[in-house]
Design a protein around this ligand. Structure first.
Ligand code: ATP
Ligand code: MG
Ligand code: MG
Length: 548
């Protein structure tokens, strides 16, 4: 195993442990907002939070950051839990920021009592104007110096539902001249008369992210609160609130979010793709959601390996999606059952003229040469088989080693055949190849002494299973969507899905996958499959066709 140097988060944790901070305890949290399905960016955060805790004998809480009633739903809560489990992680405790609403309300009153928060009647526009610009100090709200009594009264009445949405907010009294805009009297509470997926209509004031997040961390006594870089400017406020409230000192650390080429990773944008019908749903196999890549056939092992290998960066970067596919391919190569599928709606029939009519033999073909323990399966072979039209050329160039008049080629797991005759219809289209086989050339017991260069896959015509295969291309046409001007939907790749009718060997019906369709890539059985029709997704190709 290669010697790895510690990443900066490991350094911090090891230092904390050495210094006996937090009593040698490591408690991280993963704090999704239940307003969408998790994506690969979240997987990075999950692997990091759960991974670090595990590495240092700690634990991880799953905390739903459910402070915005309008966008949150129970469906999302359920999918998030399923996705984390699928990735291979188990939380110590399932928490909800909404469970802390009463406690957060008390915290807010404590700030008011200390003269550190006030009710502001200014409108959103007025508050934005007061904040000013980063280069000049802001201006104080006319409501900033309300008495503690008046603030407490108004805040209680905000909670009691006396005021309409947007009429008042609770703000922290920090510093309107701070160079950090987040410190210019940030909002702590807003009024929102909306039904919450857990607290129902109990509350009509909701804490803002900055007030809920750090305080929730502290309530749970989170030791290392890991978030993405955009929260760096929020850290002074995070620390200020904890200090003023005199509560458990959780600490926030930031790493660079994961961005991947040819896709978007924002729940808001992904929701748009779903709602506008650009994809079939959150779990469309082209989506970078965990439910999407799971359906497509990515494995949790591959995603974890990828997240581990890309490490933790402190500067934003864009990672080639091909790199993730490399890990998917590497894992599937070890575990995928090899099967033969003629990926061609219009295959060519090959008649083996010297093979006895009415006879079928069962060839034993290994399931995975990478893993002999996977054993072998029986594949029927008889006088008529199907091959892909592309595997035949009537006038081949020099190095064409597949089927051509007079050419010898090996049928995978079967025999060597030679193409003797090409049959065409009236339009000149090839309808059949008449071939002869070499009986002594059976795979594994070949005594023919013949050397052939090409091996092709095939299926037995009599029992080939017609199946549907879905091939995917990049969801977007451009590598870096953050650089693209205008609407991100304008960059959707119109050819990201193609559906192909194909013919599979009968074993596909009994193997659940993952599969390697020989010469075609790695595939998964899609959830649209029925007893009548099997549907497969191409998870990833065999080789990196994206290599420059
Ligand atoms: P989105 O922009 O997709 O809505 P978010 O950050 O608002 O993402 P949350 O539900 O708040 O979504 O995220 C939960 C956790 O996952 C947060 O700690 C967040 O920082 C982290 N996270 C989200 N996206 C990424 C990403 N691309 N890379 C790494 N971590 C991420
Ligand atoms: Mg968020
Ligand atoms: Mg978001």
């Amino acid at each position: 195993k290669e010697v790895k140097s510690l990443n900066f988060l490991e350094e911090i944790i090891e230092t904390d442990l050495r210094e006996g901070k937090n009593g040698g305890r490591v408690l991280t949290r993963f704090p999704p907002e239940p307003n969408g399905y998790l994506h690969l960016g979240h997987a990075k955060s999950i692997c990091l939070n759960f991974g670090l805790a595990k590495q240092y004998n700690g634990q991880t809480n799953l905390r739903f950051d459910d402070t915005n009633p309008v966008t949150e739903e129970t469906e999302y809560v359920d999918s998030i839990k399923a996705d984390i489990n699928w990735l291979g992680f188990q939380w110590a405790s399932e928490r909800y920021a909404s469970d802390y609403f009463p406690q957060l309300f008390q915290f807010a009153k404590k700030l008011i009592q200390a003269g550190l928060a006030y009710v502001d009647d200014s409108s959103a526009e007025e508050i934005a104007a007061q904040k000013g610009t980063p280069t000049e100090p802001g201006t104080e709200s006319p409501y900033r110096n309300r008495s503690v009594e008046e603030n407490l009264d108004l805040f209680e009445r905000m909670k009691a539902g006396e005021f309409p949405d947007g009429s008042r907010v609770l703000r922290a009294k920090v510093d309107m001249a701070s160079p950090n805009m987040h410190m210019r009297d940030p909002l702590l509470y807003r009024i929102k008369h909306a039904h919450h997926h857990r607290t129902g209509d109990e509350w009509c004031i909701y804490p803002m992210y900055d007030f809920a997040h750090g305080q929730s961390d502290s309530i749970e006594e989170i030791t290392h609160s890991i978030c993405t870089l955009e929260f760096i400017p929020h850290r002074p406020l995070y620390d200020w609130l904890i200090e003023k409230l005199e509560i458990f000192p959780s600490h926030q650390y930031e790493f660079a979010r994961l961005n991947l080429t040819y896709t978007v990773m924002s729940k808001r944008k992904l929701l748009k793709l779903v709602n506008e019908g650009h994809v079939s749903g959150w779990d469309d196999p082209r989506m970078p959601t965990l439910s999407g890549v799971r359906r497509r056939g990515y494995t949790p092992e591959a995603i974890r390996d990828f997240c581990e290998r890309i490490g933790v960066a402190k500067r934003d970067n864009l990672i080639d999606i091909g790199y993730l596919e490399f890990f998917v391919r590497e894992h599937l190569n070890k575990i995928a059952a090899r099967v033969m599928v003629v990926l061609d709606p219009d295959p060519i029939k090959v008649v083996i003229t010297n093979y006895p009519e009415g006879q079928t033999e069962s060839l034993s073909i290994e399931n995975n040469p990478e893993n002999p323990e996977d054993g072998s399966r029986l594949v029927p072979f008889s006088r008529e088989i199907l091959v892909e039209r592309d595997d035949f050329m009537e006038n081949p160039p020099k190095k064409f080693f597949r089927l051509a008049p007079g050419n010898l080629v090996r049928l995978k797991g079967a025999y060597i055949i030679r193409c003797d005759e090409v049959v065409k219809d009236a339009d000149g289209k090839v309808t059949e190849l008449r071939c002869s086989y070499v009986p002594e050339s059976k795979s594994g017991e070949d005594t023919s002494g013949l050397k052939v260069q090409g091996t092709i896959h095939w299926v037995n015509a009599a029992d080939a299973v017609p199946v549907e295969v879905r091939l995917y291309d990049r969801l977007f046409k451009v590598e870096d969507l953050s650089e693209a001007e205008g609407d991100f939907q304008d960059y959707l790749n119109p050819d990201s899905l193609s559906v192909v009718q194909a013919f599979a060997e009968p074993a596909v019906a009994s193997i659940k996958g993952p599969y390697q369709f020989l010469r075609k890539g790695y595939f998964s059985l899609d959830t649209d499959s029925t007893d009548q029709k099997l549907v497969f997704n191409r998870t990833v190709g065999l080789k990196d066709s994206w290599a420059k």
